[in-house]
Design a protein around this ligand. Structure first.
Ligand code: PMP
Length: 405
């Protein structure tokens, strides 16, 4: 799909045409996004907001249009609920700090799941330490699904917030966030969804989901690095204090004290990445022109094909969450005579054949510990990947396994 729009895919690596299967780490950028970055700096570069002059107004208009594009993309009720951040990690840290200041007291409880990315663990651990709160973890069942009975039993009047991944960055599996949100809301507990790995792969509707917060990064969604989104329901964001102080987030500053700006600016201290937001808007327009439903269907079919090829062609492959639908990523290990072939060695031999995959703990050490290994090989897909890419990967993997056996 639309491969030619992505110039980097023409790259040769070690004399071979690149097969890029590391999209869960970051995606490649279409020409429309590259053009927007150049155009932004060439034609509209000027600091935004309160500028009386032409260029500042042009840049401000584009930044705010991009905010509306993001709001439409996730179907938020208002662009005021869209806060531009540096990325998913920044969004989660801001939320943990701000929510913690407003709502967390000693003995309160926070819930995450056993398959989270470190970004959705460490900020909550830091908050728990700061406020003498308790971080609880939804355990995984044998089949790598979340134990919702345990989750139900964990929810209590002490629970203040639940934060879970929509799609696992290791397993590629879709988590039952609808049920997680419904159960939390029965007890009026807000829920944050880490959509870093779902936003690039499926349509999102924050109002249908009824999540209270949702976070994602532009760079995994064909947009630029250094920019992401924190969505929050306005009624909740209004109750949270700013996470950072500085320019733009204020209404008035006096030595006697400062009053804060309205949403979303209250959370956007300092000069924002206004070229990044413009380019992010272009990335979202690009995927919307294809259609997120179509992207989801085609990537799901590709993941099914890849998993089937792995099972059929690689003896002793162990796929994690085997047989479950995958959204953008598959993790596996290969064994020889019951001994694990080190994922790093597989990754290195694939790289020599021009095939980019990721190996290791994927910033999810608690999950990798649970799998009982030191790491996995992860292949992850984007909208430009094809069956030919999968075939080259499987041929490359067979070669690597032969050499390492
Ligand atoms: N959460 C998940 C599920 C992720 O996959 C990632 C990126 N690997 C992050 C959070 C962190 O995203 P970023 O590095 O863009 O802040």
């Amino acid at each position: 799909m639309n491969r030619d729009d992505f110039p980097i895919l023409q790259t040769e690596v070690h004399g071979q045409p690149l097969v890029y299967l590391d999209n869960a780490a970051t995606s490649q950028k279409p020409q429309a996004v590259l053009d927007a970055i150049l155009e932004g700096y060439t034609r509209y570069n000027s600091n935004i907001h309160r500028g009386t002059h032409y260029l500042s107004q042009q840049a401000t208009m584009r930044h705010e249009q991009a905010r509306q594009t993001v709001a439409d993309f996730i179907h938020a009720a208002s662009a005021r609920e869209i806060i531009f951040t540096k990325g998913t990690t920044d969004s989660l840290n801001m939320l943990a700090f701000s929510f913690g200041e407003a709502f967390i007291r000693p003995g309160d409880e926070l819930i995450v799941s056993g398959l989270e990315h470190h970004s959705n663990i460490v900020p909550w651990q830091m908050l728990a330490t700061r406020k003498q709160a308790v971080l609880r973890v939804i355990p995984l069942r044998e089949d790598m699904t979340l134990d919702l009975d345990a989750y139900r039993a964990m929810l209590s009047p002490r629970t203040r917030l639940v934060s879970v991944a929509h799609v696992s960055n290791v397993l590629g599996t879709h988590q039952p966030v609808e049920e997680i949100i419904r159960l939390a809301h029965e007890q009026h507990i807000p829920v944050c969804i880490d959509a870093a790995q779902s936003a690039p792969h499926m349509p999102l509707d924050v109002q249908a989901l009824d999540c209270d917060f949702l976070v994602f990064s532009a760079h995994k969604l064909y947009g630029p690095t250094g920019i992401g989104v924190l969505y929050g329901k306005q009624a909740l964001l209004d109750q949270l204090p700013p996470a950072q102080g500085g320019g733009e987030m204020i209404q008035h500053v006096r030595w006697s004290g400062t009053t804060y700006n309205e949403l979303p600016y209250k959370f956007e201290a300092g000069t924002p990445n206004f070229i990044g937001s413009y380019a992010t808007g272009k990335a979202l327009e690009y995927v919307q022109a294809i259609g997120m439903t179509r992207i989801a269907e085609e990537e799901a079919a590709l993941a099914r094909y890849a998993e089937q090829q792995l099972v059929e062609q690689i003896p002793s492959v162990r796929i994690y969450a085997a047989g479950q639908a995958k959204y953008g990523a598959i993790s596996f290990n290969v064994y020889h005579d019951d001994k694990l072939i080190h994922p790093f060695d597989i990754g290195t031999l694939l790289d020599q054949q021009g095939i980019a995959v990721r190996t290791g703990h994927h910033c999810a050490e608690p999950l990798i510990d649970h799998l009982g290994v030191s790491g996995t090989v992860r292949v992850s897909f984007g909208l430009y990947n094809t069956r030919e890419d999968i075939d080259r990967f499987i041929q490359g993997l067979k070669r690597a396994v032969r050499m390492l056996s």
